[in-house]
Each structure stands twice: as C-alpha cells, then as structure tokens.
Ligand binder design. Structure first.
Ligand code: PGA
Length: 249
C-alpha cells in the first residue's frame, strides 16, 4: 500500500483566508496519499478549492472531516451527519480522537455509533485509539490490552468484511505523544501495529508528534502505513518536507 499522511488541523488556523492559503500552499509528492482534515466551517471552501485543482494534483489528495454525528439529520443542534459532509465531496472522517474523548467526553459507545454511521454512508473512517501515560508506564503488554479493549468497544457490531476493511483505518496515537514533542519509539509503534493488524487487518497510522525529522523512522516499516499529523501539518513548508521524506521511503 502507498503511504498515507493525514493532516489533522484541529481548531486551526484562525481564519478562513488562512485556511484556504494553507491548503493552496500544499506541496504534494507522487507516491504519497494525503488527506487534509480542516475544521467543519472551512470544508466548503476547501472542497471547492480541491475541485478546481488539476486532475494530476487531485490524484493523491482527499479531504476529510475531523468528526461526524451518527444521525443523518434531525433535532441535534450543531451536529453534522455523514451525508452532509459527503455532499461536499469529503471522503474521510476522523473518529474518536483522544481530544474529543477528553474534552467532549466522547465515550466508546458514541464512537461506535459514529463509526457505524460513517461506514454505512461510504466514508473512510480513521478511528483513533491510544493509551494514556499511566497505562504505557505499566509496559507494552498492558498497553496492548488497553488498545484491544478500546478497539473492541469502538468496533462492536461491525463485521469486518471486504468493504469495511477497505474503508477502515486505525490510527494509533498514544495520548502522551500527542502535541508533546515526544513521539513514541518507532519500534514500539510497529509492535503495536503488528498486534492490531492481527486483530483487524486494516491500514495502521501512527500519530503523536510526527514531524519532518522523525516521519521516516516510522514509515520505513511495512507495518506502518502512514501517519496522522497535527502540529506539523499547519506550516506548508514543514508539511511539504514531511511528505517529501515519506515519498523517499
Ligand atoms: P500532533 O497531533 O502531531 O500535534 O502530536 C497528532 C494528532 O493529535 O492527531
């Protein structure tokens, strides 16, 4: 599989014009698939900019959302359903990011409903899982058991058949590595990848303080299919360097 780099812009940048500029400044490379996930409010402008790009540029690029609600429509103030984002041309969605679990109190049961709804609508789901530091400190065996439980809850009732396998991606993001400048050891990440792939045979992304300097250490492994990138995706130059490093692998 070609390596996949997903840019999670989170609640950035601060204005629509800066978001459009960041998207226009993207430096793409052949051989690497890139998904850009801006905040909801910028999706319309970004998908329009995407549509106006040349076919060759668009080939390796797709747009994603950072969240989705499980109902298509109705009295659910401020929520956004899978069909709504799909109608804009969005193809991917991040579900279960640890920041949503922490700050918005998203539970595994809610995440499970989101994954089901998004898959049913044909979106590609990037399901995020990751253990807190206290768990990791207990060692790899305990961390793996934590991740297995999280995945089981998030994917309960979802039959892993060919079409689900095609549309599900698991992003392993140890919570302590996110935004901390302290990424996981690549050897530990690949060990987690092999463990997860024995349970769910789907692409594996590593996330947590990935940048242009360390990305190659992760994607050099066959078991690591790409990266979920936060901070380093907010500067076109740095993100371009990161993609170039992946293209060389
Ligand atoms: P980071 O964020 O690259 O800034 O650590 C990754 C993420 O939260 O997806």
């Amino acid at each position: 599989m070609r390596k996949l780099i997903v840019a999670n812009w989170k609640e950035n940048p601060g204005t629509e014009s800066r978001a459009t500029k960041l998207f226009k400044d993207l430096i793409l490379k052949t051989g690497v698939d890139v998904v850009i996930c801006p905040p909801f409010v910028y999706l319309e402008k970004i998908t329009a900019a995407f549509r106006s790009m040349s076919a060759s540029k668009k080939k390796n690029l797709a747009i994603g959302a950072q969240d989705v609600f499980w109902e298509e429509k109705g009295a659910f103030t401020s929520e956004v359903g899978p069909k709504m984002i799909r109608s804009l041309g969005v193809r991917y969605v991040i579900v279960g990011h640890s920041e949503r679990r922490k700050y918005l109190k998203e539970t595994d049961a809610m995440i499970n409903k989101k994954v089901k709804a998004a898959l049913a609508d044909g979106l590609k789901v990037i399901l995020c899982v990751g253990e807190p530091l206290a768990v990791r400190k207990k060692g790899a065996v305990v961390a793996k058991a934590f991740i297995k439980t999280q995945l089981k809850k998030d994917l309960v009732g979802i039959k892993t058949n060919a079409s689900v396998n095609k549309n599900l991606i698991i992003a392993y993001e140890p919570i302590w590595a996110i935004g901390s400048g302290r990424s996981d050891q690549p050897e530990d990440a690949v060990e987690m990848s092999l463990f997860i792939k024995r349970l769910y045979n789907v692409p594996f992304l590593y996330g947590g303080s990935v940048n242009s300097k360390n990305v190659a250490d992760f994607v050099q492994y066959k078991g690591i299919d790409g990266a979920l990138v936060g901070g380093a995706s907010l500067k076109a130059g740095e993100f371009g360097k990161l993609i170039a490093k992946v293209a060389k692998k």
